[in-house]
Design a protein around this ligand. Structure first.
Ligand SMILES: [Zn+2]
Length: 129
């Protein structure tokens, strides 16, 4: 089973390699949440300590799910962070997914292979649940 430490290491590696221009202004906490079918990840701001919490679908603790689905989910949430979500303050867009901006951001950052992976993987996944 994958651990929260595994998630922290993936987050650090993706950040160092693909999001190095994005200042890490908050303490970022990443962990597995409860198992869900359709929600793979979320990012939210915690007002009490100004940290940011990324939650990854607990289902993906199981190593039968490929590493790429976790990398895709983390990268997706980091695109929100790069766009000013969920921190208070200026935001690039009020509508975080409009116009495919997450996929555009991922492609710009050299993560297009994860989008290709995701599109085929998610079809098989939905059939399997
Ligand atoms: Zn999103």
């Amino acid at each position: 089973m994958r651990t929260n430490l595994y998630l922290s290491k993936r987050l650090d590696s993706i950040w160092e390699n693909r999001f190095f221009d994005v200042p890490r202004k908050n303490k970022i906490d990443i962990r597995f949440g409860r198992a869900a079918n359709y929600r793979f990840g979320s990012i939210r701001y915690c007002y009490n300590d100004r940290s940011v919490r990324i939650t990854i679908n607990g289902r993906f603790q199981d190593e039968k799910y490929p590493d790429d689905i976790i990398d895709h989910t983390i990268s997706h949430e980091l695109c929100h962070y790069a766009h000013g979500f969920p921190t208070p303050g200026p935001r690039l867009s009020r509508y975080p997914h409009r116009g495919g901006i997450i996929d555009k951001e991922m492609t710009k950052r050299g993560l297009g292979h994860l989008i290709t992976f995701y599109k085929s993987w998610v079809k098989a996944y939905i059939k399997s649940i």
